[in-house]
Ligand binder design. Structure first.
Ligand SMILES: *Cc1c(COP(=O)(O)O)cnc(C)c1O
Length: 374
């Protein structure tokens, strides 16, 4: 048996007949940039995220950059975020010229710890970027309270968490901006790169639209220096076909997560060996990744054993971002963020995608049990 970490072909087969004629129509029209297809998707996405507006952009990375640009965040400003995230969250802060300031994470959800954020606020702090990692919302209630007290912008990095909820409210609708990625491996993926920014304030969405098109307020009048961050019509049309199916796909991932918990328990694997991901009671976790923690320094050995057995698995993320070579100038040292650093040594993602057959997931758990000598 061979188990892929992710295989989207079965999912594609369910909407292929619907999407191919739409792609063909767009090719016939030869209208590829922005236009009705993009506006239609933006309206559907804003409704899904319960925000006043949504703006289609080129990628999740650019969504973060354009949100920071729209707030005028740059040189001399500090932005607080997590050291345990995909590189792009922090890369975006540096690319606009601002300084990332890290706050350590919670060991259960892997998300930024609000108590650690509070310790990092200075007069130069302009914004907080909480990341809803692996598909579970960060602890938004204390984060929003801190932002309000200190007059800070909140940019949610929801790239792994479209449709995730906190206290019944969708991510992307708490902060001033919500940033999403439609990279193919996200729960809602397009056929290439794509992204979006959601805004609870319609005026901010209009401003993001200006920045995504070179800061152009009227034709050839540039109020600001923005960039080319435009989502294209083909990607938007594909996303419009896929969005109504997203919840069923996320529910299949939730079912698989629940079944993993049953399978691990049945195999006699306990928290002494493997710590399974936990969804907090007030959160809708959409499991973009199902990340276990392997204790006792055995993560890399287990990963090698799964790979020998042709089981797809991956380490998200092997290095806390304060230790990345390109951020050395920020002065991060080993030991600065103990929870993030410990997590990088224990974390491992297992196949969770909705169409992954049950016998393959049983094989994953059986192989882990074999490794542990159970
Ligand atoms: C995927 C991802 C991004 C970047 O999205 P792209 O569309 O790949 O540019 C940013 N932040 C997080 C947390 C992500 O998972």
């Amino acid at each position: 048996m061979q188990v892929s970490l992710l295989d989207l072909r079965a999912q594609y087969a369910t909407f292929k007949d619907k999407v191919l004629p739409i792609i063909s129509d767009i090719c016939d029209s030869q209208k590829f940039i922005l236009g009705d297809k993009v506006s239609e998707f933006e309206a559907a996405l804003a409704a899904y995220c319960t925000t006043a507006g949504a703006v289609g952009v080129t990628s999740g990375s650019d969504a973060l950059i354009v949100a920071l640009m729209a707030e005028g965040i740059g040189a001399g400003d500090e932005v607080i975020t997590t050291p345990f995230t995909f590189f792009a969250t922090v890369g975006a802060i540096v690319r606009v010229g601002a300084r990332p300031v890290f706050a350590d994470i919670d060991p259960v959800t892997f998300n930024i710890d609000p108590a650690e954020i509070a310790k990092k606020i200075t007069p130069r702090t302009k914004a907080i970027i909480p990341v809803h990692l692996f598909g579970q919302a960060a602890d938004m209630s204390p984060i929003m309270a801190l932002a309000k007290e200190n007059n800070l912008i909140v940019i949610e990095d929801g790239c792994q968490a479209i449709g995730a909820e906190y206290d019944g409210q969708r991510v992307g609708s708490f902060g001033d901006y919500g940033c999403f990625s439609f990279f193919p491996s996200k729960n809602l993926g397009c056929f290439g790169d794509g992204g979006a920014v959601t805004c609870k304030d319609a005026a901010k969405a209009d401003l993001v639209k200006v920045f995504r098109n070179h800061g152009q307020s009227k034709t050839y009048i540039h109020e600001y220096v923005g960039g080319n961050f435009r989502l294209d019509a083909l990607q938007a049309a594909i996303l419009s076909v896929k969005l109504p199916l997203l919840d069923s796909w996320s529910e299949a991932r939730q079912r698989n997560a629940a079944e993993y918990a049953e399978m691990f328990a049945a195999a006699g694997i306990t928290e002494d060996d493997i710590i399974l991901p936990k969804a907090e009671a007030n959160r809708r976790h959409i499991y973009n990744q199902y990340c276990i923690r392997v204790t006792g320094g055995r993560r890399d050995a287990l990963k090698a054993f799964l790979q020998e057995n042709k089981i797809g698995c991956a380490v998200y993320y092997p290095l806390s971002l304060h230790l990345q070579p390109c951020f050395a100038n920020l002065g991060g040292k080993p030991g600065d963020f103990p929870v993030s650093e410990k997590t990088t040594g224990e974390i491992m993602a297992l196949p969770i995608y909705g169409e992954c057959p049950r016998d393959q997931r049983e094989f994953v758990v059986g192989t882990i049990a074999k490794f542990l000598g159970k």
